[in-house]
Design a binder for this molecule. Structure first.
Ligand code: PLP
Length: 426
């Protein structure tokens, strides 16, 4: 097979005519598909419906400690929920505070508090001229949106297949005290599905930040979200590593059951050192008398323990795996060997990260949209929506049905070919 780069102008021109005809056919099909966000499909939501039955007017709503979950109280969350979320996060229940329905909300809140009140007694960030965050790229658009919202300057750090470029992280963090944080999705990262290596986690734990209020924002959104039972990624537990390295307060670890039970109606938590938890509670006690304990109870009674979570996640994987494999198969069949694209086959998480030829991503996404398939906006995986190479596209295979997804992936591959040919003919 010839790569597009080695084709003559005439060959490319005739290829373009063929591809345009195929594209017209797709346009005539009236597709209306959404591959833009990492939402579970309705079938995935159905597997958690038993949660609706575990609580009813007949059952006791007392938690294990004998407190009535229908009433106010328990700022940190009920013990059994802290144990369950602790098990998911691989930390002791005493290192956890349960919040409401969204981990993103906790991340926003954590940054907001640092802006207005500082971190463990340090100067509030709003009183400083410049605040910076490191952003491993490609990364999660909503992380970048939070830091942008607060006027925090974002610095791109390239991802490697072991996690962020740690030479760069160490150098920047140790030399610049305006750098106050780094966004990390350490397991099955969004969008690349990369899991940080043991060495990367250890280097994070050993960081020597110039700013004493520097924190690692460790977003453990996909900790139990494997696609394959026999090929699971493993990520070293960071809280323990930080403690061993004499850096116990350097990390905030976030988690939620959004993509375990119901996104938007799950349970979210922060895990961190006792010192950080005490700092957080000072604000939390003013913000709320307590989060939704009925939902915490519902989750614990449905899942019971970590084994229950793993059994449940296998059901998600059974639905997700064929979708990921269908997309990867189509990409391989249609695009491999052409010299115009590369992608990562993940073992978990919610996304496939795709790299087009430089300068093509925006056009590919808009061509797909014109034929009825909505993808995540090109550039979204970079701070300020600016992908310097205009090449990364995040594919989210979870929401459409398998048949729809196959059509969408065929169209996507066609758009990649067409835009690449157009680029080479420029
Ligand atoms: N973190 C990452 C990396 C995500 O991909 C997502 C959702 O896509 C979230 C957080 C959102 O989590 P939550 O629903 O708990 O706010």
């Amino acid at each position: 097979m010839k790569t597009y780069q080695t084709m003559s102008k005439d060959e490319l021109t005739s290829l373009k005519t063929d591809l345009e005809a195929k594209y017209k056919e797709f346009q005539g099909m009236g597709l209306k598909l959404d591959m833009s966000r990492g939402k579970p499909s309705a079938k995935q939501l159905d597997i958690s419906m038993g949660m609706m039955d575990v609580l009813n007017s007949e059952v006791s709503l007392q938690c294990e400690e004998g407190i009535d979950c229908r009433n106010y109280g328990i700022l940190d969350g009920i013990k059994e929920a802290r144990e369950l979320l602790g098990a998911i996060s691989e930390v002791p229940a005493d290192n956890i505070i349960i919040y409401g329905n969204s981990s993103l909300n906790i991340m926003y809140d954590t940054i907001s508090r640092s802006m207005t009140h500082g971190v463990m007694g340090s100067t509030p960030w709003c009183k400083l001229d410049t605040i910076k965050f490191l952003c491993p790229v490609p990364g999660y658009d909503r992380h970048f949106a939070i830091t942008e919202h607060f006027g925090i300057e974002m610095i791109n750090v390239p991802m490697t297949n072991e996690g962020p470029d740690m030479d760069m992280v160490e150098q920047l963090v140790s030399s610049d005290d305006t750098i106050k944080g780094i966004w990390c999705v350490p397991k099955y990262s969004n969008p690349q599905g990369i899991t940080y290596s043991e060495e990367t986690v250890k280097r994070f734990a050993r960081l020597k930040p110039a700013a004493k209020d520097f924190r690692i924002y460790w977003d453990n959104a996909y900790s139990v979200h494997h696609l394959y039972e026999d090929q699971q990624d493993f990520c070293l537990e960071i809280l323990e590593e930080c403690e061993k390295a004499g850096n116990p307060d350097i990390v905030y670890k976030f988690t939620s059951t959004s993509k375990i039970s119901f996104p938007g109606s799950g349970v979210a938590a922060i895990a961190t050192s006792k010192n950080n938890l005490a700092d957080i509670r000072k604000q939390l006690t003013l913000q709320t008398i307590g989060h939704d304990k009925v939902n915490q109870l519902r989750h614990v009674r449905f899942f019971k323990d970590l084994d229950g979570i793993h059994e449940h996640m296998k059901k998600h994987a059974d639905i997700m795996r064929p979708k990921f494999e269908a997309v990867i198969d189509i990409l391989e069949k249609e695009l491999s060997g052409l010299g115009i694209a590369s992608w990562i086959k993940p073992r978990g998480g919610y996304f496939i990260s795709f790299e087009s030829m430089d300068g093509c991503a925006k056009d590919i996404v808009s061509k797909a949209k014109e034929a009825g398939v909505v993808m995540t906006g090109a550039g979204a995986t970079y701070p300020y929506g600016k992908d310097p190479k205009n090449s990364n596209i995040r594919i989210a295979p979870s929401f459409p049905t398998l048949d729809e997804l196959k059509q969408a992936a065929e169209l996507f591959a066609l758009c990649v070919k067409l835009v690449s040919v157009e680029k080479l003919l420029e």
